[in-house]
Design a binder for this molecule. Structure first.
Ligand SMILES: Cc1cc2nc3c(=O)[nH]c(=O)nc-3n(C[C@H](O)[C@H](O)[C@H](O)COP(=O)(O)OP(=O)(O)OC[C@H]3O[C@@H](n4cnc5c(N)ncnc54)[C@H](O)[C@@H]3O)c2cc1C
Ligand SMILES: NC(=O)c1ccc[n+]([C@@H]2O[C@H](COP(=O)([O-])OP(=O)(O)OC[C@H]3O[C@@H](n4cnc5c(N)ncnc54)[C@H](OP(=O)(O)O)[C@@H]3O)[C@@H](O)[C@H]2O)c1
Length: 477
């Protein structure tokens, strides 16, 4: 069969064979003596980007587990009678066909992990990582302000503990939410959420409980008012606590919630890094109900290279049309991004530098301590040196007795913020939704009221007009 795909095209051998067959047939080239392509392999390559083999066909190759698959184009009619084409023409058409494969949430791209590096120092109370993923050959395009979706894998140790609590070997075949049949160990690793306890699980455990008291307690837990006990607890806690359940492990697994992808603000500009995407990941680890807990996706990424060398991670671009740089490169920009909220502003700064945009850029960054939590410090210094950042105001909350937050700095520089706003500046906020974004919003209202010398109602209308004009945008989580 002729090889119509470039060597660096991101396909597995089975995907490659199928696509070569399909292209040969549709271009009228002989392919193993037959013009028709072989049938697509089950789930196109039968393996997830994470390298775990899955069985069972998927109608369109879609998988919430991040199995990057090929969907045959709708016009996949073999053209056995077509005239043979020139080699260059065939190659060009193959290139076009490859471009037509658009990776998405349903068909994520298996990306190589280029590096995972610490951004916080050893003294930090936090663990924040810079993650870089390889987009080469994906055709994926993103804009500064977009987020990246990522399918995580559950912690292998936790999967083993859940299997033990279920009394299962892990080899039992189970059906995933996408109707694939896979060994239970694979389903627990890739397809089901084992850190959140849903109503279905409580229902199945209650229905199968051999002990009456347990059944009653489980029924009560399904009630909203009794949910406090569940806070901070996961599937393993519940299985270990309610041991009398007679339900089959397969039934219990089927009652779990599907594992969802996580979103991360993209921290790079594709103008500066055409074949890469960068993230700023705050690693979630905490203690609750007497056990160490791990955030699924953030620890999956943090430990990726150590635990899964050479493997890939399934990703897709999640566009954020409501979080964009101004179209006019001369427009001034004010960015407020404490903690991991700095991520999209790193992308904004790279983008504006790459475009040679003349507009002034001002960043407010804050975190706990300067010496160990100053994320991207050296890169920000470079932006200050080359003028792509004209002001950087920092707020390190724990370097002194009284808390200093980004809004403290905003209020200190109220007159300049007002003057930038009057020059049509765009105002952006990214990071914590619960407290920071609310307090920054309050500070902005205060500045408008004080500096614009207007009553509260007019200040509110002024800020609303900024929102309406898309000059006040937020990416908060
Ligand atoms: C648009 C968008 C952009 C985002 N961008 C970024 C980004 O740039 N960087 C980034 O790091 N994150 C970002 N996030 C958050 C990210 O998507 C994940 O939610 C985060 O990484 C945690 O996911 P996880 O799978 O590691 O944790 P999960 O397994 O989802 O666990 C998180 C849960 O653990 C619990 N929890 C966490 N800490 C504690 C604690 N101390 N005590 C008790 N319970 C706790 C909470 O219930 C929390 O919801 C973004 C989210 C959105 C929606
Ligand atoms: N869904 C999830 O599981 C998940 C996971 C990771 C992050 N997040 C979200 O992402 C946010 C960012 O996390 P992060 O650790 O990078 O940063 P962060 O917690 O927002 O901390 C960054 C800085 O903001 C300060 N801060 C605290 N309260 C503030 C307020 N009301 N106004 C302004 N600044 C305030 C902190 O100070 P102090 O610490 O000294 O108070 C710290 O100096 C988190 O707050 C959380 O909401 C969610």
């Amino acid at each position: 069969m002729p090889n119509l795909l470039p060597e660096d095209a991101p396909f597995s051998p089975s995907q490659r064979a199928w696509l070569n067959g399909f292209l040969s047939a549709s271009l009228g080239l002989p392919a193993n003596g037959s013009a028709a392509p072989p049938p697509p392999p089950a789930s196109a390559n039968g393996a997830s980007a994470n390298g775990v083999a899955l069985s069972g066909a998927s109608a369109n190759g879609a998988s919430a587990n991040g199995v990057a698959t090929l969907a045959a184009p709708a016009h996949a009619e073999p053209k056995a009678q077509a005239e043979p084409k020139a080699h260059a023409e065939v190659k060009a058409e193959a290139k076009e066909a490859r471009k037509a494969i658009v990776y998405s949430r349903d068909d994520p791209f298996p990306a190589r992990v280029l590096h995972v590096e610490p951004l916080t120092g050893p003294d930090s109370a936090k663990d924040v990582r810079a993650v870089a993923l390889d987009l080469a050959g994906s055709g994926l395009r993103y804009q500064a302000g977009d987020a990246l979706g990522l399918y995580p894998e559950n912690c292998a140790e936790l999967v083993e503990e859940v299997l033990e609590a279920l009394g299962a070997t892990g080899e039992e075949p189970v059906v995933t939410p996408e109707s694939r049949i896979v060994p239970m160990r694979v389903a627990l690793a890739l397809a089901y959420d084992i850190t959140r306890v849903g109503e279905n699980l409580l229902g199945v455990l209650a229905a199968g409980a051999g002990d009456e008291d347990e059944a009653k307690a489980l029924q009560e837990l399904a009630d909203e008012d009794a949910r406090d006990w569940l806070k901070g607890r996961d599937v393993l806690d519940v299985l270990r606590w309610f041991r009398s359940c007679q339900a089959a492990p397969e039934e219990i697994v089927a009652s779990l919630q599907p594992l969802q992808p996580r979103l991360y603000s993209i921290a790079s500009s594709q103008k500066a890094f055409p074949n890469e995407v960068h993230l700023t990941v705050g690693v979630v680890r905490y203690q609750a109900a007497e056990r160490d807990r791990k955030g699924v996706a953030s620890t999956f990424l943090a430990d990726f290279n150590a635990l899964r060398p050479g493997r890939k991670v399934s990703i897709f671009v999640h566009p954020s049309p409501g979080f964009r740089l101004p179209e006019d490169g001369n427009t001034p920009v004010i960015m407020v991004g404490p903690g991991t909220g700095i991520a999209p502003f790193r992308a904004f700064l790279q983008e504006r530098r790459a475009l040679g945009a003349g507009g002034k850029n001002w960043l407010f960054f804050g975190d706990q301590r300067r010496h160990c939590d100053f994320l991207y410090r050296h890169q920000l210094d470079e932006h200050l040196s080359d003028g792509s950042l004209v002001r950087l105001d920092t707020a390190f909350s724990r370097d002194q007795a009284a808390k200093i937050y980004v809004q403290t700095r905003m209020l200190e520089h109220a007159a300049q913020i007002w003057s930038w706003l009057e020059e049509d500046a765009h105002f952006y906020v990214c990071g914590d939704a619960k407290r920071m974004a609310r307090d920054v919003d309050e500070a902005l209202h205060h500045i408008v009221m004080e500096q614009g010398q207007m009553p509260q109602s007019d200040a509110k209308a002024y800020v609303q007009s900024l929102v309406k004009a898309r000059r006040y945008q937020r990416d908060v989580y």
